[in-house]
Design a protein around this ligand. Structure first.
Ligand SMILES: [Zn+2]
Length: 272
């Protein structure tokens, strides 16, 4: 074998070991995994491929979790039971409140008896929020995505598999708001969800995963029991701040190997 072929093979191995850190030691399975999803639908073009996990892939992931002894919790259950969680606990979360959560995800969750938490933007219809993070993201792609109707949400609640959490009133960027607006986004969204759906709204999720140092105290003082960020990782939930919980990003760009690696370490590769 020529030296150039050997070098090429070594480089390929090195690249894949960097991209898929298969040698990474798993984070102890005593720590629950909180998985972050957005949409469950085919990606047919546009910028946000990572936000769209195909229904086929989602089913493969849920089936894997069930068949490998994972226990499903909603976010509020995870917090209440944090000191007594079984090994291999998982919380599925969906951000924003897309209609495909009802159309594609719910039937799969029902089929496998898997629980999940949906973080709803109260005022979610026809709203362009992508640009609140970066002005250049104002294509309207996410605005045009159909969102859950109130009737669909009620049906999801009736399944007894879905907890409804809050993702604020308008999906504004909390970092850019004054304290009064910020508080109303956090507090009033909880009140509106509780009024509309006759449920306790105990779980919160920061829009874009953005927050200032003390914002978690506003979430606590509004009466929530927990909140998730977009910080990547796996927390020891017994000691972590329950208002700043890390999650594992399940991306539409991931293959199944990436999903398995993320379950182990929180990350697919060396960096993310
Ligand atoms: Zn969001």
């Amino acid at each position: 074998m020529s030296i150039s072929i050997i070098i090429t093979i070594l480089l390929v191995i090195l690249y894949y070991s960097y991209r898929y850190a298969w040698w990474g030691k798993p984070v102890t399975y005593q720590y629950p995994r909180i998985l972050m999803y957005h949409m469950i639908k085919e990606h047919t073009g546009g910028k946000f491929k990572g936000l769209r996990v195909s229904p086929r892939m989602f089913e493969k992931q849920i089936k894997y979790l069930v068949e490998n002894g994972w226990h499903f919790f909603t976010m509020s259950e995870l917090i209440v039971q944090k000191d007594h969680l079984p090994k291999r606990s998982v919380a599925i979360t969906f951000d924003d409140g897309y209609e495909d959560n009802y159309i594609h995800a719910l039937p799969i969750l029902k089929k496998y008896g898997a629980k999940a938490t949906v973080y709803l933007v109260v005022d979610r219809h026809n709203r362009e929020w992508s640009s609140k993070r970066k002005a250049k993201n104002s294509s309207g792609e996410l605005m045009r995505e159909p969102k859950l109707t109130d009737d669909q949400i009620k049906e999801m609640i009736q399944s007894e598999l879905i907890e409804i959490g809050s993702h604020t009133l308008t999906h504004d960027n909390l970092v850019q708001l004054d304290d009064e607006r910020k508080e109303s986004e956090i507090r009033e969204s909880k009140e509106k969800i509780e009024e509309s759906f006759n449920v306790e709204c105990e779980s919160f999720c920061y829009p874009f995963g953005l927050y200032k140092k003390d914002d978690w105290k506003l979430v606590r003082d509004a009466g929530y029991s927990n909140a998730t960020t977009t910080n990547i990782g796996i927390d020891n939930i017994k000691v972590a701040n329950p208002y700043l919980l890390k999650r594992i990003t399940v991306s539409g760009k991931d293959n199944f190997l990436a999903f398995l690696l993320k379950l182990r370490t929180g990350k697919r590769g060396v960096k993310k």
